[in-house]
Design a protein. Structure first.
Length: 259
């Protein structure tokens, strides 16, 4: 067999292999660098080791609780654009029901810090949390359904992967262990697999330009996920507030009680 024919066959076989991959397989592989940066972040490493400062975790919980309220709004907006009724029902269900378990866990964890709804409402969103939340809202309201799904997907999926990875060792801190178990649970995995199915089905029917935009949204939102943990770890606030000495608290100063 001549060399050109061999090369052509290899190219064709390789192209078929890539084409056979799903959208989720492609974007996870192409964003492995972001996931590895997340899993190696000191916030998560210290959570697993049980050494993460409780005030940092309290700040994270407060920001995440506020973010989840925005995420539910984004899900409802996306549901209104769903091309299939069953997808619309599923997204509405996530906004109302499936994410409620995560909110219940947050409430329990925040209670250990003595943080109630009144205190929660007084805390300003961090710059990164504010940017991420508004990026999601802008995407689901202004862009087509396919792009909205891709933008929301990292929040679902990365938390599940992080939970499963941390669960391999667990954490000696009961508060952190509860968070790990919730995100690694099979119940949450079922929720993630459902949104993955929707994203793959949408991408399979979309043209190349739409899939490329979906990939861009997935990467941007994945990077925002890294920023969210990094912001909590470094207690990042608005630079001008720091400059003028009026930096708002991102969470009440709370050491936490036994979980």
């Amino acid at each position: 067999m001549s060399r050109p024919i061999v090369v052509l066959m290899l190219l064709l076989l390789g192209g078929s292999s890539v084409a056979a991959q799903t959208f989720s397989e492609n974007v996870w592989r192409s964003n492995a660098d972001t996931y590895h940066a997340i899993i190696r972040h000191p916030f998560l490493e210290q959570m697993q080791a049980g050494t993460l400062d409780r005030d940092l975790f309290a700040a994270y919980l407060v920001q995440d609780a506020r973010y989840l309220g925005v995420f539910a709004r984004a899900l409802r907006a996306l549901a209104s654009k769903a091309p299939r009724p069953e997808w619309a029902r599923h997204l509405e269900g996530d906004a109302q029901g499936s994410l409620a378990e995560e909110r219940r866990l947050q409430d329990r964890l925040l209670e250990t810090y003595g943080i109630g709804p009144a205190q929660l409402a007084e805390i300003e969103p961090s710059p990164d949390a504010f940017a991420y939340s508004n990026y999601l809202l802008a995407t689901v309201y202004d862009r087509p359904f396919a792009e909205g799904v891709a933008a929301l997907l990292p929040c679902y999926w990365i938390y599940w992967e992080v939970g499963k990875e941390l669960a391999k060792t667990g954490s000696p801190d009961p508060v952190y262990q509860a968070w790990i178990e919730a995100n690694a649970s099979s119940a949450y995995g079922t929720v993630v697999e459902a949104i993955l199915t929707i994203a793959n089905a949408v991408a399979a029917e979309a043209d190349a330009a739409t899939v490329e935009r979906m990939q861009e949204h997935f990467r941007r939102a994945s990077r925002y996920e890294w920023l969210f943990w990094d912001s909590a770890f470094h207690q990042r606030t608005w630079p001008l507030d720091e400059l003028h000495g009026s930096t708002p608290a991102l969470a009440p100063n709370a050491r936490g009680r036994e979980f």
